[in-house]
Every structure is written in C-alpha cells, then in structure tokens.
Design a protein around this ligand. Sequence first.
Ligand code: G
Ligand code: G
Ligand code: MN
Ligand code: NA
Length: 254
Amino acid sequence: VSLDADLRTAVDRGEFEFHLQPQINRFGTVVGAEVLLRWPHPVRGLVSPGVFIPIAEKSGLIVPLGNWVLDCAAKVLSNWAAKELFSDINLSINVSANQLHSEDFVETVLGAIERHGARPRRLKLEITESLLVNNLDDAIRKMTALQQHEILFSLDDFGTGYSSLSYLKQLPLDQLKIDRSFVSDLPQNKNDAAIAEMIVALGRTLGLHVIAEGVETEEQKGFLEGIGCDQFQGYLFGVPMPLDQFEEFVSALG
Ligand code: G
Ligand code: G
Ligand code: MN
Ligand code: NA
C-alpha cells in the first residue's frame, strides 16, 4: 500500500497527533506554541510532516487534515480557558496553500473557533511566502476577513521565498518569523547577522512582532535579543512535545 493510500485512511480515522513547541519572550515567559503535526504510521513509525504534508497537498487531503489541526487547536484553547490556565499563550498553526485557497477556508476557521468557544485572538495562522505567489488577492481577501474576527497571522520562513516587500504592507500580519536558516550560523555569519537585523528593523517599522525560529544556543539568543527580536522558538527552550508534557513544561516555569 502506498503512503498516499495510508494517508487517506489515517485522515478518515483521525490517526494523527500534534506536538507543541514553546515560543518565549525576552523575559523567558512562554507566550505561545507552534502546533506541529505527527503521523504515527503502523509500519514506518513516526512519519515527519516534511514527508506527508507535500503528499497531502497534492492529493487535496491537506484540507481535511488542516481542519483536524484547527479543531484540535481550538479545543486546546477552550480547555485552557475553562481551566483558567495559560490565558496568555497563543497557538500558532501552519496553513498550506491549498488550504488557504480552499473555498470555505474563512468559514472553516471561524467554525472551529465557535464550535469550541475559543478566543480568536489566541489563534495565529502561520502562512509562508510561497503560498502568496499564486493568488495574492485571494490570500489578502481571506486574511483580511479573518483579521476582522481577530485571528492573528504570522509570516513563516520569512526571507526564504520570493520575498516581495510590496505585499508586506498589504497583508494583515501580526508577526514575522525569521527562518532558521538565518539563525543557525549566528552570530559568526555576517550575512545572516545582517539579514536578521534587517528583518527585525523591518518588523519595527511596519509595527510587526518578530520571532526567530531554530534558536539552539545561548549565543544565538543573545545576538537576537541584542538586535531587538522579541520572541524565540527552538531547541534551546524546548523541543516539540505532546500536550501533557507542554502543560507540565509551562507549569514548571511558574
Ligand atoms: O516538525 P517538523 O520540523 O518535522 O515539520 C516539518 C514541516 O512540516 C514544517 O515546515 C512545518 O511547517 C510543517 N508542518 C507541521 N505541522 C503542519 C501542519 O499542521 N500543517 C501544515 N500545513 N504544515 C505543517
Ligand atoms: O517550516 P516550519 O517553520 O513550520 O518548521 C518548524 C520545524 O522546525 C519543525 O519541524 C520543528 O521540529 C523544527 N525545529 C524547531 N526548533 C528547531 C531547532 O531549534 N533546530 C532545528 N534544526 N529545527 C527546529
Ligand atoms: Mn511554522
Ligand atoms: Na518556519
């Protein structure tokens, strides 16, 4: 059986898991988490989203799969709210091109939030530049509609795609995410250092928060802090982990 067929079955049965990776601010407080899908395959073991997301994109399965992730995130947010826990923690979820451009994307996102009574301001959708190139107008229309309902947006993998500074001012963004390829060789690599500085400065000018991903060392964090980056995500703070471990992680920080 092909991975494609297995994926279809797994989507039908909801056989996925998600992990949460902490996002922290300059004071070391956890202010968010990125939701990262995991597929426990009966034979292949834990399959990486880097492998199955492209397959799901091609087959159209990304739409039901994306809806499942949305539903999970909304459920987690409303559970936390009901327990008066983690009221300042946002959840970021990755959104694929076919998902954003699907006809009822706006209704689907709002539907998940309403179904669980989650606060829209706690949900952040990560979109990538590559997702914008094909149909910028549709992306702007849908993002604007969702922003009016207080959903937040982050531009993921920033600087790695066909960056156009003109769309930055057209999109209703809350955050820029510095790609980990610009972080891994900090602070030694002067080009990466200049790029990171430029992104932080751009964010400040445009009134956007800036988060760096893939932060693995104190040196990287120190450099990023020094240039004014306001949030960090990476193995230095925490790996992607199951929900119960994430809750323990946050509670242990106090
Ligand atoms: O966690 P990991 O490094 O294996 O993730 C690999 C890639 O899969 C990342 O680029 C991430 O954005 C993507 N990914 C993880 N979860 C999701 C998801 O729920 N939806 C989409 N569209 N992509 C995801
Ligand atoms: O493409 P996206 O930015 O959504 O990818 C997030 C991916 O980055 C996840 O697959 C996650 O496992 C991975 N990741 C998170 N933190 C680190 C890190 O500190 N170093 C490296 N190499 N990868 C990381
Ligand atoms: Mn992401
Ligand atoms: Na990224």
